[in-house]
Ligand binder design. Structure first.
Ligand code: AHR
Length: 328
């Protein structure tokens, strides 16, 4: 019996030591109690700089950490999962207190997240989710409900084309395998799928970039003569599509209607100018919420497992009103 107790005690000590390796515990906080904020170090692995949304998101996160006086190590993965995995491994090696990242794609994270867990470094997901059976690999996921965004886009389309007999839609998808691309397609398809007059005649990735949206739209215009609507998974691809539509001698917003997601400044301007018809907002302002999560963890608290960002939608008239006060 004595032997059993001492084996259990040694095991507990080992688990405890493993939990201290990064200065934190797997659940958050530190074994020595809260640190002063200016002693904390957070590693953030960003997706890239593919869109206006991403640029606004990076700026907001960097500003929030500066305001809170928390050191932020920042890396840009240039939309490549292998770069993000390298950055996370480097943060683990450096022994940061917390890691936050916005996964380029949904799958393939278990190995590196298990390494962070073994090092006792809590991981916070921002903006995009991971597809893993083990939700102990991250403390919380903070970001939008992308399925809901797709549904809002679909609902606008159903209303807008209430009197039409047939609606030919082309879809500009986000990065293949990324949560917002998968979920925005799913939410949209669910809503328009209720009426078979809506047909997605072409759907292809533009990788969330303006250049990608333009290139894909050029090809789609050539092979699909009767496009009624473009559904772009973000503003940047919608803006690229506008260039392609104008180059083809058509009027965006009139000859071909456009619905996008994000509501960044350039998208809102195009909406106010009548070139986009409707935008579903996806807020990039996650910095303050991320700092709050880190502070809660540092104080030994437990943030909600899922923190959903509040968002709205914009018509052309609403964009004209909102533009002067838009932060990004
Ligand atoms: O993950 C959020 C998405 O990523 C934004 O909607 C898009 O613009 C960005 O690239």
């Amino acid at each position: 019996m004595k032997k059993l107790i001492s084996v259990a005690a040694a095991g507990a000590l080992l688990i405890g030591l493993a939990g201290c390796a990064g200065g934190g515990t797997a659940a958050g906080g530190t074994s020595e109690g809260p640190k002063a904020l200016d002693e904390l170090v957070v590693g953030f692995a960003q997706v890239g700089a593919e869109s206006g949304w991403r640029t606004a998101n990076t700026k907001d996160i960097q500003a929030a950490f500066k305001d809170a006086d928390i050191e932020l190590k920042f890396s840009d993965a240039q939309q490549k999962q292998e770069n993000q995995i390298k950055a996370i491994r480097s943060y683990i090696q450096q022994g940061v207190d917390y890691i936050a990242f916005s996964p380029v794609v949904e799958t393939g994270w278990d190995a590196v997240l298990n390494e962070a867990k073994a090092a006792g470094i809590p991981v916070v997901l921002t903006d995009r989710a991971v597809d893993s059976k083990d939700d102990s690999l991250y403390v919380t996921f903070l970001g939008s409900d992308f399925i809901e965004e797709g549904k809002k886009a679909g609902e606008w389309v159903v209303d807008e084309f209430a009197d039409a007999d047939k609606v030919n839609i082309v879809q500009l998808e986000g990065t293949t395998g990324a949560a917002p691309a998968i979920d925005r397609a799913e939410g949209f398809a669910e809503v328009i799928g209720a009426d078979d007059k809506f047909e997605i005649v072409a759907s292809q990735t533009g990788d969330f970039t303006r250049a990608g949206g333009k290139q894909v739209m050029e090809a789609m215009l050539k092979s699909n003569p009767d496009i009624d609507l473009v559904y772009a998974h973000n503003d940047d691809m919608g803006l690229g599509a506008i260039e392609a539509i104008e180059a083809a001698g058509l009027v965006p917003g009139k000859d071909i209607k456009i619905v996008t997601v994000d509501a960044v400044h350039d998208g809102m301007q195009a909406l106010a100018d009548g070139k986009i018809n409707f935008i579903v907002e996806c807020s990039p302002l996650l910095g303050k919420q991320l700092v709050d999560v880190i502070s809660t963890l540092n104080d030994g608290g437990t943030p909600e497992k899922r923190i959903v960002t509040e968002e709205t939608t914009f018509t052309q008239e609403q964009a004209v009103e909102a533009l002067p006060d838009r932060q990004y």
